[in-house]
Ligand binder design. Sequence first.
Ligand code: BG6
Length: 485
Amino acid sequence: MSETKPTTFIIFGASGDLTARKLIPALFNSYCKQRLPENFNIVGFARRPWDDAELRQVLKEGIQELAPDTYNEEQWAPFAQKISYAKGDLTTLEDFENLKDHLEKIENGSGNRLYYLAVAPRFFVPIVENLGAADMVDQNGGWRRVVVEKPFGHDLASAQALNKAIQAVFEEDQIYRIDHYLGKETAQNILYFRFANTIFEPVWNRNYVDNVQITVTESVDVGHRAGYYEEAGVVRDMFQNHLMQLLSLVAMEPPASFEANAVRNEKAKLFHAIRPLPLDQTVRAQYEGYLQTEEVAHGSQTPTYAAMELFIDNWRWQGVPFYLRSGKALTSKNTEIIVEFKQPPHLMFDDIKDEDFSANSLSMCIQPDEGIHLKLEAKIPDSHKTQPVEMEFHYRSSFKGNHLPDAYERLLLDAVRGDASLFTRADGIEAAWRLMDPVIYGWENDPYGPPMASYKHGSWGPEEAHALLNRSGRVWRHACSHPEE
Ligand code: BG6
């Protein structure tokens, strides 16, 4: 990246898990690929009584342990020279003034700054306010951008309050709200798949599509994150952000360009077209054993799994159900989107009964085994019957040698470039909360809402989620498009 001014990454929460696990490996990888601005610096801000050498040592140990494939000794030494430490408290204005002096020394006149909030959400507002009060947002000396991690609010009201507080200090085009699912190569490929090919978009609508399924399963349980998870639950943790973003990529109208606001306008339009969800189109569940986890409240009603059927009231999708599901402690880690097409209008083959025949479907495997499968019916040789077969594209074979970068690598570079197309905008975040709030609060308060179902560790989820589809004669699909049970 050629940029004469120095660019500084300021990481609030430099001693935290996200910095060690994601940010430093992403920055280091970009450095090794020579994609960072030529003149860059990294400043870690935290409360620990460290100096530059100690921060460098901690980050080195972190990358060696957490991202060993990324680490290499020769490149680390010059990279580490770019890292410095500023000790401070996130809520103390004076410490921000000291940070400002530290930055001005590094910049030696002027420079660009990316403020990264890798901290617990309760610190988002104090940091932003202190940046404003310390006069660190003014863009005369170079651009100033702020990257905000999730969770972005706890519900609609808190997300609106957070947007307001950040927008009181930064302009919307300086704010980069991260959803790391948008940084995944395969999620980005959804738009390329739809809009860089001619043959799919004409059938991408209610005339040809029977239903769409978005599955994000995880095999891990809440583990040591129960403290956070108890407050969040699966809808806040996964649906309001990641699943809604995947849905928007699959269902939005074509933007006129790949420019950030063109893309985000279409997403916002889509979210506004989603019909509010009645509770009887939702399923909530907890895995067996969740209640025995340390830090989980006695009798907790926090869902670790949810499934939903939703409809989009627009011309393209009228009447097409979209099924979303996600949960912890399930059979495997798997994120995929399945577009199931309608049956042909007339079956002329006498030997094939309707029930032997499966409709075409397209599976976009976001992770793992990244790729795309198109399921077709083919005649079985020497028989009059058909069998489903698959046309497959896999990243690992089609792009041999092209390692799939971590989402943070792409997102950090985009923020430096000033490209916000893979970041969420205030209205998109709020629209997603507007849909999820009634589900979350309905589950908590409506006596007629769905009861908490339960499922076994390592299963595909609760029976009730299957029943949600079975009532319209459908079943959940997965990569090879077999019914699951
Ligand atoms: C995070 C959630 O946003 O996404 C976690 O807080 C979840 O609970 C994670 O495990 C899943 O991300 P990925 O990239 O591993 O699918």
